[in-house]
Design a protein around this ligand. Structure first.
Ligand code: FES
Ligand code: FE2
Length: 367
């Protein structure tokens, strides 16, 4: 598998940004969850007092026991009723040191002196939103540069909320997935779209694609296809949100998070506006929305199937009628380099691009 260095992305192996690390359901249990992203292991759990998610580095500073790996035999777990989560803290199964949500050790049962300050694990900034748990990953340990993902439609009773499709692990560098945001030429062959208008726009940490045209995968029950408009934006390197209008109004989300340098975990989901127009939504609306999410998943799987088997595109043979791949790759580099250098990359790609021979999205429909 190709690495960030192979793609010459910059100083860091893993990018800066918000990333999905679990569905909210996965931590609706009293047990901690062992997860691995960015080439490191974590313990993820829901604090039993606050209800808030907590993400800690996995290995106890005492003797490096994994705080969340499966353990059924330690008396810490047995006496804890099957878990080592205690309130908002977590207790190590080996010698029972306990760590708070800030990562600081707050109890060593067999020690009555002061607890060393260095008895701590790193605690990561996490939030819960849209049915998912998100981490702000930053090689410079800075504050979040933009807001975590949220959508007003999620709290609107007239929309059917999504359940995430977990696509598992893709053994490709995320660069291969990011390329899709500007891949004008694949829309016909892969998705069966007859693209009528198309453009990309890069603006700071956002990369957008707008397009309109009939579509052969997202069709209605009669097999007909209305004009599908998609307005799709990467909010940083790991979160894609797309507004779809056509058959049903909906909001698509695709998230991908690095596991190792060259592999990612991928999720797909679709929020659908009440197909019947009623608010709150009806059971029939929910059924129609689930079917539409499935059709959207099939469209995404058309990309996924190619990614599963392709070789890394380290030096593509791009032509002027392709989308602006080189601009998108420059845009992506801002997240792999120090924040103070982000403008160098943004200055080289901010703007609107239309592939040769295409009609710009912003031109009127009659154009
Ligand atoms: S290894 Fe965690 S308390 Fe000893
Ligand atoms: Fe695609």
């Amino acid at each position: 598998m190709a690495t960030s260095q192979d793609y010459r992305l910059g100083d860091y192996t893993f990018p800066r940004g918000w990333f999905m690390i679990a569905t909210a359901d996965e931590i609706n249990t009293h047990k901690p969850l062992a997860v691995r992203y960015f080439g490191r292991d974590f313990a993820l759990y829901r604090g039993q007092e606050s209800g808030r998610p907590v993400l800690l580095d996995a290995y106890c500073p005492h003797m490096k026991t994994h705080l969340a790996a499966r353990n059924d035999t330690s008396y810490v777990i047995i006496d804890g009723g099957g878990t080592n989560v205690e309130g908002d803290s977590i207790r190590c199964p080996y010698h029972a040191w306990r760590f708070g949500p800030d990562g600081q050790c707050n109890d060593i049962p067999y020690h009555d002196g002061p607890i060393p300050k260095t008895a701590c694990v790193k605690s990561w900034p996490v939030v819960e939103s849209l049915g998912a748990i998100w981490v702000w990953h930053d090689p410079e340990n800075g504050e979040p540069e933009w807001e975590h993902p949220s959508l007003p439609e999620w709290d609107d009773a007239g929309w059917v909320n999504w359940k995430f499709d977990d696509l598992g692990v893709l053994e490709q560098h995320p660069q291969e997935v990011i390329d899709n945001i500007c891949d004008y030429g694949h829309l016909g062959p892969i998705h069966g779209s007859t693209v009528q208008r198309y453009e990309n726009e890069f603006n700071g940490h956002l990369a957008t694609q707008r397009q309109a045209g009939p579509h052969r995968t997202l069709v209605n029950a009669d097999g007909g296809s209305p004009i599908l408009h998609t307005d799709t934006t990467y909010h940083g390197p790991g979160v894609l949100i797309s507004y779809l209008t056509g058959y049903y109004d909906s909001v698509l989300m695709i998230n991908h998070t690095p596991i190792e340098d060259g592999s990612i975990k991928v999720w797909h989901a679709l929020l659908v506006k009440s197909p019947s127009g009623s608010s709150p939504v009806t059971t029939q609306d929910e059924i129609a929305a689930r079917q539409f999410q499935h059709a959207s998943l099939l469209a995404f799987m058309q990309d996924f199937e190619v990614w599963t088997n392709k070789a890394p595109c380290l030096n593509g043979m791009f032509i002027p009628s392709d989308g602006p791949f080189m601009k998108a790759r420059i845009w992506y580099k801002q997240f792999y380099n120090p924040r103070e250098r982000a403008h160098e990359f943004r200055d080289q790609c901010d703007g609107i691009y239309v592939p040769r021979g295409a009609v710009a999205y912003s031109e009127s429909e009659s154009a």
